[in-house]
Design a protein around this ligand. Structure first.
Ligand code: FE2
Ligand code: FE2
Length: 197
């Protein structure tokens, strides 16, 4: 039986996402939430916290570039050069801050997972890894290596995250687009940990 304390934030997070998102992106959000819950259970992470992070992760995704910059400036949040150039990169940090301010979410690991889901972060914790990978392998994702990644996600979360990062870096290179430095550093961190294991 679910604990009341766990149900309430999940309900508010669901409404929070649904009110801010198109049907299509809300659908993605629910699929990420289901996937994150399953991965959490497999990898010893508390499933309701993974679901909460997933429900929140893209809640700010449909704000305009101006709105992102207005919000972060009004909060005095530091903004890197890549984010100034491509404000959509701020949708994770902005969703985390809105969830903290408007929903009263105080769970630091949940907020980190939301914040870090676009680029990753070296040292990211298990809950962040669950969300990062769930976002890339939810059932509607369709790209050549997705089945292999789904399998890897069940077996080895860190290797799955590393593989998602390699894929996204290669994808950017093909298109002549820069990769966020945090993604490159995160991949380095994951590979270092593998070598040392
Ligand atoms: Fe996102
Ligand atoms: Fe997403």
């Amino acid at each position: 039986m679910e604990d009341r304390d766990e149900i309430c934030p999940l309900r508010s997070a669901d409404v929070f996402a649904r009110e801010r998102l198109s049907e299509k992106r809300y659908g993605h959000t629910l699929r990420v939430a289901d996937t994150a819950e399953v991965l959490a259970r497999t990898h010893g992470v508390h499933p309701p916290r993974a679901r909460l992070a997933a429900l929140l992760h893209d809640a700010a995704r449909e704000l305009s570039a101006e709105k992102f910059l207005d919000l972060v400036d009004s909060w005095d949040m530091p903004v890197g050069e890549p984010e100034r150039e491509s404000p959509k990169l701020l949708h994770g940090p902005v969703a985390a801050e809105l969830a903290r301010r408007e929903l009263g979410v105080e769970d630091g690991e949940v907020l980190d997972a939301v914040r870090e889901h676009t680029t990753g972060r070296p040292g990211m914790g298990p809950l962040s890894l669950v969300l990062y990978v769930a976002d890339k392998v939810e059932p509607a994702r369709d790209y050549p290596s997705v089945e292999r990644l789904r399998r890897l996600a069940r077996e080895d979360l860190r290797e799955a995250a590393a593989e998602c990062l390699r894929r996204s870096i290669a994808h950017n290179e093909e298109r002549g687009r820069p990769t966020h430095p945090a993604s490159i550093e995160t991949l380095g961190w994951l590979e270092e940990a593998e070598d040392g294991a």
